[in-house]
Design a binder for this molecule. Structure first.
Ligand SMILES: Cc1cc2nc3c(=O)[nH]c(=O)nc-3n(C[C@H](O)[C@H](O)[C@H](O)COP(=O)(O)OP(=O)(O)OC[C@H]3O[C@@H](n4cnc5c(N)ncnc54)[C@H](O)[C@@H]3O)c2cc1C
Length: 416
């Protein structure tokens, strides 16, 4: 028997259930939206801050409620209807309707797609063994915490921020963490070799073992993983494994709906975050937007970008004409050993200048291209990022006097 569906009408349909959708819902109400707002997400939890999954929540220091973007009762107070454990299975952009896994059909006036990203899975021999984990959700963090409870040695595959943060958290939990990665030095892909060497030294000084310029060959074990074999022939004993091998934007729904996909694999948007279909917006990890700051399309997987995208999308869904002009910001926390902060991003740069000292673990690295600052990384000097944001937006070609100031830890950068 085919059940007929009645179509429900809403003003704003937000598809994704993560930070970008949550911020958009809140900003819509703050901006005066009076119509119905429905937020659909396939996870069991209300919108939460994913960064906690590799930090306090992973270590068991936070309750399941602490990472929530807003307390549970907030959404009903705002008259935002949250549909958790629900997927949007199809979008018809001509009829402006969405089909949901709970069999509802919703017709919308405006929609936001913020379906986030999926982890890259590594299909090597032995990948089906127990205690091989990926990390994207609170549920994944629960599984890792439970899985390492009786583990001594944990191998991390990947030397980017997930691998580094998890290695740091596990070390704090008393585990012996070992990183295997393709790059020579941890975090070097984003921040270069000098900063990479610093972060690697920091991890090693706390007991993390690191094998660079290597790869994953296979896993071995009897039901449960027992060994990681690398392409260089290392055989590393492992009671558990966490893989942090990057993510790909989840554009499956957008593709099926016929939305344009960009060079960076995301949903192509204008500087207003509007997709190729009027009144349909994209935000967060999937949005490949025309950035007025960078003069090109960018797609960035950072917490702060998802947050600010949510605000810009809401302003434009309410009829504004607001370009997304926030300089992307990223942070990463390595246990209680320190926090790095970064604005940019610089996909390429030809010069690095340092203010402060790597040896003293107190520095800002300025990344320059053609004599202009395009990004900055700081460890311990967060105030420098205000100057970095200004320089990234204004793009002045730096003269000698400015270069001297930027590299002098005592100089007042406000007068630059
Ligand atoms: C472990 C971890 C640690 C991180 N740490 C940091 C950090 O320290 N600093 C930082 O800047 N960034 C960090 N990030 C990145 C940051 O969390 C993301 O960039 C951000 O969460 C992206 O938000 P989003 O709303 O675009 O997507 P997401 O948060 O991924 O939300 C998208 C949601 O949409 C759901 N969905 C997908 N398709 C459908 C569908 N068809 N129907 C319904 N729902 C659907 C997904 O299941 C998901 O719940 C971290 C990420 C992870 C995983």
């Amino acid at each position: 028997m085919v059940r007929s569906m009645s179509t429900r009408e809403v003003e704003h349909l937000l598809i994704g259930g993560g930070l970008a959708c949550a911020t958009c819902a809140q900003s819509l109400r703050e901006g005066g939206a009076t119509g119905e707002i429905v937020l659909v997400g396939r996870e069991p939890d209300q919108p939460y801050n994913r960064p906690e999954c590799s930090k306090g929540y992973l270590r068991g220091e936070e309750s399941r409620e602490e990472p929530l973007v807003q307390p549970k009762e907030f959404w009903s107070g705002q008259k935002v209807e949250l549909l958790t454990r629900t997927s949007v299975t199809a979008l018809d952009l001509d009829r402006r309707t969405a089909k949901l896994s709970d069999k509802q059909e919703i017709r919308f006036d405006k929609a936001l797609l913020a379906t986030g990203a999926n982890v890259r899975r590594l299909n090597v021999a032995g990948c089906e063994l127990e205690q091989i984990h990926y990390l994207r959700t609170l549920g994944n963090a629960d599984a890792i915490r439970a899985g390492v409870a009786d583990a001594e040695r944990v191998v991390l595959i990947g030397g980017s921020y997930i691998g580094c943060e998890v290695a740091a958290s596990l070390t704090m939990m008393g585990k012996q963490a070992t990183i295997v990665m393709q790059e020579d030095l941890t975090l070097e892909r984003g921040f270069g070799k000098t900063a990479g060497r610093f972060f690697q030294g920091l991890l090693e000084s706390h007991g993390v073992t690191i094998h660079g310029a290597d790869g994953l060959e296979r896993f071995e074990g009897d039901g449960r993983v027992g060994k990681v074999v690398t392409t260089n022939g290392l055989e590393l004993a492992a009671d558990a494994v966490v893989i942090g091998a990057g993510v790909t934007p989840d554009v499956a729904l957008a593709k099926r709906a016929g939305l344009q996909i960009g060079e960076r694999g995301g949903v192509l948007c204008s500087s207003r975050l509007e997709t190729s279909v009027r009144g349909v917006f994209a935000a967060g990890d999937i949005a490949e937007y025309d950035s007025p700051i960078h003069g090109t399309h960018v797609r960035i997987e950072h917490w702060d970008v998802a947050f600010n995208h949510g605000k810009t999308a809401a302003a434009n869904m309410l009829g504004g004409d607001v370009p997304h002009e926030v300089v992307p910001y990223f942070y990463s926390v390595l246990a209680d050993w320190g926090e790095l902060e970064y604005v940019g991003p610089a996909y390429k740069w030809d010069e690095e200048m340092v203010r402060g000292s790597y040896d003293e673990a107190n520095f800002t690295t300025w990344y320059l291209k053609g004599g202009c600052v395009v990004a900055a990384l700081t460890f311990g000097r967060p105030d420098d990022l205000d100057t970095a944001r200004r320089l990234i937006v204004e793009r002045p070609m730096l003269g000698d006097a400015q270069r001297q100031k930027l590299t002098n830890p005592e100089a007042d950068l406000a007068t630059l």
